[in-house]
Design a protein. Sequence first.
Length: 107
Amino acid sequence: MQVTQQVVQLAAEGGIDGITDGIKPDWAVFGAIGTKAKIIVGVVMAGAVLFLLGSAIVGAVHIRVGNQQHNSMETKKGQTMVTSSLLGLFTVASMSTLFGIVYGFGI
């Protein structure tokens, strides 16, 4: 209930910055890197996410074709592609958090 009230309040103020701040990665100890480096890392991560989403879509097509042709090898190939793509998406999306945890353990 409280989250809904916050979203309504943010929407009434007209600014989307408060909503998108929760989506942006928290750079924590890596905040000292320059703005250009953050942009480059963001572009590389966005490219990886798009590639992995495309790979998951291709895997879903393999599953569909394999089921239509009763080809279990094609279906298995599609399942492997979708699974590995989704695992890769999770890893890329949580990369800044993982780096922060590893850096914290190193201290």
